[in-house]
Design a protein around this ligand. Structure first.
Ligand SMILES: [Fe+2]
Length: 402
C-alpha cells in the first residue's frame, strides 16, 4: 500500500481500480442482476470520473489501510466471474467495446504498477531490487566505455509532404487518436537512436542544469524550485553517479550506451537545445512510424514489457544502420506537441468522455511505448500524455532536426 509520490498509486489500488473499471462501465450497465461486491467500492476506487461518483483525494490513496489485499483479490475474482457470465450471454456490441476498453485500461495500469513500484523502491532507504537478474549478461550494461559514444549520432531523413495521421484500420484505439486527418510536414530528420545516459552526462558536465539559456522559462523554474541536477533516479556519491532501476542500483559508467530515462519534457527540450537540435512533433514521429511499417527493412523489434528486461536497452549497431532504432519500446519519447484534440475530435459520450478529453490542457504528447508497455498495447497512432514536469515515467529523448 505504499504511495511514494502523489503521482503514483499503491499496487493494491491499481488491482482494485482496474476491476472497478469493469464494474462501473460494463457490469452495472450491461449485466442485469449484477450484485455490487461492496457498496463503498464504486466511489472508493473511482480515479477521476466526476460524473460517476465522488472519489477520495489521489494523494491519500496510501492511507486506505482497509480493505486489505485479500478482499481486493476477492473483488477481482467477483468482477472476473461476472464479466465471464456476461460474455456467455451474447452481449450487445457496446458491452463488448467497453470490455475491450477495460482490457486496454488494465494494460495501462500494468505499466503504471511497475512505474510506481520503481518509485516506491527508490524512495525506500533499503533500495530493494525488483528483478534480481544480471543486467550485463543480457547486454543491458557495458563494462567498458563503448566506442559508440564517440561516434556522431546518425540521423534518418524524411521527405515530409502531405501525410495522414491518426488511427486507421480495425484494431482498438482511444478516442484521442481520431479522426485520422491530413497534416503538412516540412522535410525533417530523426535521430537513429535515443539519447544515451553517457550523452546526457556530457550535458550535465557542461553545466546543463546551471545554464538558463537552454531552458524554457517554466523549465528553468522547475529546475530551481525542485533542485534538479540530474534525471530522477540518478544519485551521486563522491562524484560517481549511479542509476536506480528495477534491477537495483547500476553504476552510470556501465550505462553509457543505455537510453536516458526519467527525464521531464523540460529536460528533454533543454538537452535538445544544448545539442543544437530539437524534439520531433508527434506527427513527424507518427509519419516516421508508418514509414517503418511500410518499409519492412526499417521495422525494429521493440524492448517492451514482454521482453522481461524491465529497463531500457542500448541500440544495436545493426538497428541504427537499418533505420530508426528504439522507435517502439525502451522509453516513451517526449514530443514538441501539446496534447490537443484532432480536428473534428469528439470525446466519448457519458462518463467515459472523461477518460482522455478532459486532460487536453497543459500536457505534452509522448510516443512509442517503454520497456514497461505491454506489446499488445502500443501502436503507431497511440498518444500518451503527461504534464511537462513529469519525471517518474520511462520518458526519454529522441532528437530531431530540419
Ligand atoms: Fe485508470
Amino acid at each position: 500500500m505504499v504511495q511514494s509520490t502523489a503521482e503514483a498509486s499503491p499496487a493494491k489500488w491499481h488491482l482494485a481500480h482496474t476491476a472497478w473499471f469493469f464494474e462501473s462501465f460494463v457490469l452495472r450497465e450491461f449485466l442485469s442482476g449484477y450484485r455490487l461486491f461492496n457498496a463503498d467500492f464504486p466511489w472508493l476506487f473511482n480515479s477521476y470520473y466526476q460524473s460517476l461518483a465522488p472519489f477520495p483525494e489521489k494523494r491519500l490513496r496510501a492511507s486506505f489501510s482497509r480493505p486489505g489485499l485479500d478482499e481486493i483479490l476477492r473483488y477481482r475474482e467477483h468482477v472476473d466471474e461476472a464479466v465471464e457470465r456476461l460474455l456467455g450471454r451474447n452481449p450487445e456490441p457496446e458491452a463488448l467495446r467497453r470490455i475491450e476498453l477495460g482490457v486496454n485500461h488494465e494494460e495501462q495500469h500494468q505499466e503504471l504498477l511497475l512505474t510506481d513500484i520503481l518509485h516506491a523502491f527508490f524512495t525506500n532507504p533499503l533500495r530493494p531490487v525488483y528483478l534480481d537478474k544480471d543486467a550485463e549478461a543480457e547486454g543491458l550494461t557495458t563494462r567498458s566505455k563503448n566506442r559508440d559514444i564517440g561516434r556522431p549520432l546518425g540521423f534518418h531523413q524524411y521527405e515530409g509532404g502531405l501525410r495522414e495521421v491518426g488511427h486507421k484500420g480495425e484494431g482498438f484505439c482511444y478516442d484521442n487518436e481520431l479522426p485520422r486527418h491530413r497534416v503538412w510536414l516540412e522535410p525533417y530528420a530523426l535521430a537513429r537512436r535515443l539519447v544515451t545516459c553517457g550523452e546526457f552526462a556530457e550535458f550535465m558536465a557542461d553545466g546543463g542544469y546551471r545554464r538558463p539559456e537552454f531552458w524554457l522559462s517554466a523549465g528553468w523554474m522547475a529546475v530551481q524550485s525542485n533542485g534538479w541536477r540530474a534525471p530522477l533516479y540518478w544519485t551521486s556519491e563522491s562524484g560517481d553517479w549511479s542509476v536506480f532501476t528495477l534491477r537495483g542500483e547500476l553504476p552510470l559508467a556501465r550505462l553509457e550506451t543505455t537510453p536516458v530515462s526519467q527525464v521531464s519534457y523540460f529536460e528533454a527540450d533543454a538537452y535538445a537545445r544544448w545539442a543544437g537540435r530539437r524534439l520531433a512533433t508527434e506527427f513527424e514521429w507518427e509519419a516516421a512510424a508508418e514509414n517503418s511499417v511500410q518499409n519492412s527493412a526499417e521495422i525494429q523489434p521493440g524492448n517492451l514489457l514482454d521482453s522481461g528486461r524491465l529497463t531500457p536497452a542500448p541500440a544495436t549497431e545493426l538497428d541504427q544502420n537499418q533505420g530508426i532504432a528504439q522507435q517502439v519500446g525502451d522509453c516513451w519519447e517526449w514530443t514538441a506537441s501539446a496534447y490537443l484534440g484532432y480536428p473534428g475530435y469528439r470525446p466519448e459520450t457519458g462518463a467515459l468522455g472523461e477518460y482522455n478529453g478532459k486532460f487536453m490542457s497543459g500536457q505534452m504528447v509522448l510516443r512509442g511505448g517503454s520497456c514497461l508497455t505491454p506489446a499488445t498495447h502500443i501502436h503507431s497512432s497511440y498518444r500518451n500524455f503527461f504534464a511537462p514536469e513529469t519525471r517518474w515515467q520511462f520518458s526519454g529523448i529522441r532528437l530531431a532536426s530540419g
